[in-house]
Write a protein that binds this ligand. Structure first.
Ligand code: UDP
Ligand code: MG
Length: 320
């Protein structure tokens, strides 16, 4: 196959009920495109029939390529891997569950043709997601924006288009703990948004459990900001202030009338718990950063591949 213009990267984890429908919708989109297109499906260690369906699609249609991880490595790693294999002039990243409407790709490509190098999809609404997830997401993106050293657009996920130049830069970044939407904002280049309404899942369960989402959120903050480390200092100052107040209180009591009993044990217990939790909290923050340093230093590959069809890693990648 000749070099395609467009490479569509799709991370897949247990999406057997979505794959065929996704392919059907994508063939519609690919027909409209003015250049050749390849699909890079990344199987993130699915335990269902997903990989078989991917094999079938590959035999049916030479534009469908895939690689399969030896185990589940997580969404961000799957996207990273997909980008390592992109051959096109443009990469488009989208989810397999059709929450990211494939048809939006054509408006993204239009923006690219106007000269933008990163076109990210920005959600205007989240249909049928529960209020808790919506609240958490709303809060998180706003906190991240406050903390991060780079400007991360609100309500954007990994659904985006990236020019070859941007993909090359991302691939060359040796960082192992990858928060793609953060790195994408960090690299710069000409960026713009296209708005869209996030559809509900076509089929299947959400793969991002609360735990995974929280881990992603923490990873996002830690990878883009050092403000949390400073929180330790502020909390230290705060607890010193509280201690000083208490000393003044005791002195006041000592030199004024001593008939009123001092609050004693309660005060000590509260102070103990307060200090204890502040210290644990700060150790936790330190731990997040040290843990990441440890991950980086180990230098293990960030994923292992057990099967690959139709594609090979691009030479300039420094993470694989
Ligand atoms: N996914 C993955 N590995 C995982 C979890 C999810 O590759 O460990 C894929 C999943 O198949 C889907 C995309 O990442 O294509 C987004 O997952 P999901 O729809 O569960 O998350 P949400 O849409 O709620 O962000
Ligand atoms: Mg989804």
């Amino acid at each position: 196959m000749t070099q395609p213009t467009y490479s569509i990267v799709i991370p897949i984890y247990n999406e057997e009920d979505n794959i065929n429908e996704m392919y059907r919708r994508l063939t519609g989109v690919m027909q409209q495109l003015d250049g050749e297109c390849e699909l890079i499906l990344v199987d993130d260690g699915s335990k269902d029939n997903s990989l078989n369906l991917m094999r079938e699609l590959h035999h049916l249609d030479s534009r469908v390529n895939y690689l399969s991880f030896a185990r589940n490595f997580g969404h961000q790693v799957a996207v990273t891997a997909g980008l390592n294999f992109v051959r096109g002039k443009v990469a488009i990243v989208m989810d397999a569950d059709l929450q990211d409407p494939p048809e939006l790709a054509s408006s993204m490509i239009e923006k690219w043709q106007q000269g933008y190098q990163v076109v990210y999809a920005q959600r205007t609404s989240r249909k049928k997601e529960n209020w808790f997830k919506r609240l958490m997401a709303y809060g998180f993106y706003r906190i991240l924006r406050q903390l991060a050293d780079v400007d991360i657009p609100e309500d954007t996920g990994d659904f985006c288009l990236m020019d070859r130049q941007v993909v090359d830069v991302l691939n060359a970044m040796p960082e192992r703990n990858r928060y793609i939407r953060g790195l994408r904002a960090w690299v710069g280049f000409r960026q713009t948004a296209v708005k869209f309404e996030r559809d509900p899942r076509f089929a299947g369960e959400v793969k991002y459990t609360f735990g995974k989402s929280l881990a992603l959120a923490i990873s996002g903050i830690v990878s883009l900001s050092r403000v949390p480390l400073r929180i330790a200092t502020y909390l230290g100052i705060l607890s010193a202030g509280v201690a000083l107040l208490m000393i003044l209180l005791v002195l006041y009591w000592r030199f004024s009338d001593r008939t009123t009993p001092l609050i004693g044990f309660t005060l000590i217990t509260i102070a103990l718990f307060f200090l204890g939790s502040v210290q644990l909290f700060c150790i936790g923050i330190l731990g997040e950063y040290i843990g990441r340093i440890y991950e980086e230093v180990k230098g293990r590959p960030i994923y292992t591949v057990k099967e690959i069809a139709g594609v090979s890693p691009q030479s300039n990648t420094s993470v694989h």
